[in-house]
Design a protein around this ligand. Structure first.
Ligand code: GLN
Length: 477
């Protein structure tokens, strides 16, 4: 069931919250052994269900009351272990809730558990988790994408109608694409990042996964709005989910950057994307090819800025303030050993790259330069958004790849991110919806709009989703 279906069933009293939640738990218990979406299940689900039922009975329900949700394990949950899929936080139990978690609880959503990710959200396949692999419900031999692979797999496998992820360079949209569902990255600052374990602070954004655009928009509304505890939070009203059906493709001005359709694009996936663009044209959208040359630099720019910010953000994990502490003689040796034992390979590599890029003598050559290219990219996209309502392209140049296939080619894996990174550089809203299948694997279609045009991106995605009719359930189990 979708979240909207579930809410209707609760309202008609066809189902109690306990029954709704139990069917999610039953499915997880039966099948998550094969998928590996969850790192930890909450223990107070029964109490949460009773509170939600009381809200509904008192006529105080919201669209999410009684709806089971899964949270990426880099979102702080009071009393519920939060590991970031890292050994360095293996026993960390936060004393507070992230703002998005507090909001979900207030609205009566049921927090079912915490999902797997690439360690500290660094990756594109969820293979960098220190704990387990996550399998794509469309083909268990394949990756669900990453870094929010567990949250995407949870929705695709029908464990929860909704989940939350975080997106620094594509970590919501790319796994949504590989798992055939919807993933939305709101405008930077429209959803509070308080309680999200920071990776690249100028790029990070929390956002929802759902089976369709309507559900995804409900979750976006529920978590958005100004928060004084995040200094980058915008003084702006929450995202308005009620407006998603108002959009139309008729007369919509759509830019199609040719740089998103490069040689690295999988042929079958290209065909599905081009067919989707044709459908948009038939519905009255005006599509035009544009060129945004800075796209070719986005991956290299990202891999300076994100590691630089990560190297600073991850300095706090020293074994003194959080997580397990290694044995050592004196402060420096304790910190060194804790970090040597606690962080995995990819995280260490990024801390080293970031520290190098920020160090005296290299700062101007790398970090400053990367920020300048980022400025150029913002300018280029701005000139396109002056003429067009949205930018469209594939979410990922390839469908789901086999687990292990790219493990020894980290460069190839990083190069897959060029369609999603620009939205993080710009801080603009972006969404991935399913456009169809190639060889039985889902293909994501990606829309971007200018900052604060979150409602527009949702409306266009909704109208396109209706025109394509390509929402589909994974053939799982
Ligand atoms: N794949 C990108 C990376 O490895 C993006 C990750 C993310 O968005 N968290 O950094």
């Amino acid at each position: 069931m979708t979240a909207a279906d579930l809410a209707r069933a609760y309202a008609r009293r066809e189902l109690s919250v306990r029954e709704g939640v139990q069917s999610s738990l039953d499915r997880i218990n039966e099948f998550d052994g094969q998928v590996g979406a969850f790192l930890k299940l909450a223990e107070d689900v029964g109490d949460q269900a009773d509170r939600a039922q009381a809200m509904l009975d008192a006529g105080e329900g919201t669209p999410l009351t009684g709806v089971p949700v899964a949270l990426k394990d880099n979102l702080s949950t009071r009393g519920l272990r939060t590991t970031c899929a890292s050994k360095i936080l293996s026993d960390y139990v936060p004393p507070f809730d992230a703002t998005v978690v507090a909001k979900l609880k207030e609205q009566g959503a049921i927090i079912l558990g915490k999902t797997n990710l690439d360690e500290f959200a660094m990756g594109t396949s969820t293979e960098n988790s220190a704990y387990q692999l996550t399998h794509n419900p469309w083909d268990l031999a394949r990756s669900p994408g990453g870094s929010s692979g567990g949250s995407a797999a949870s929705v695709a496998a029908g464990f929860t109608p909704l989940s939350l992820g975080s997106d620094t360079g594509g970590s919501i949209r790319q796994p949504a694409s590989l798992c055939g569902i919807v993933g939305f990255k709101p405008t930077y600052g429209r959803v509070s990042r308080y309680g999200l374990v920071a990776f690249g602070s100028s790029l990070d954004q929390i956002g929802p996964f759902g089976f369709n655009v309507e559900d995804t928009a409900l979750m976006a509304e529920a978590i958005s709005g100004h928060d004084p505890r995040d200094s980058t939070s915008l003084r702006h009203a929450p995202i308005d989910a009620s407006s998603v059906r108002n959009g139309s493709l008729k007369g919509l001005r759509v830019a199609v950057p040719k740089e998103f359709f490069g040689d690295s694009m999988h042929a079958g996936l290209r065909a599905v994307v081009e067919q989707a663009l044709d459908t948009m044209r038939k519905e009255g959208a005006i599509l035009e090819e544009v060129s945004l040359p800075s796209i070719q630099y986005c991956v290299t720019t990202y891999y300076i800025i994100a590691p630089a910010e990560a190297s600073s953000n991850l300095a706090r994990f020293d074994g003194i303030r959080y997580g397990p502490r290694a044995e050592g003689s004196g402060h420096i040796s304790v910190v060194e050993r804790t970090r040597a034992e606690g962080f995995g390979h990819e995280v260490k590599a990024r801390i080293m790259i970031g520290t190098y890029a920020l160090s005296a003598g290299y700062y101007d050559a790398y970090y400053l330069r990367a920020q300048q290219v980022r400025g150029l990219m913002v300018q280029e996209f701005k000139s396109v958004f002056d003429k067009y309502d949205v930018v469209v392209g594939p979410t990922s140049p390839v469908p789901a790849f086999k687990i292990g296939e790219l493990k020894n080619d980290p460069m190839a894996l990083k190069l897959l991110d060029f369609c999603t990174i620009p939205a993080n550089m710009l801080g603009c809203p972006a969404i991935s919806i399913n456009a169809g299948l190639t060889d039985g694997l889902p293909v994501g279609l990606h829309f971007m709009a200018p900052p604060l045009a979150d409602e527009r991106v949702l409306q266009v995605a909704y109208a396109t989703e209706q025109a394509l009719g390509a929402t589909m359930r994974a053939p799982f189990p």
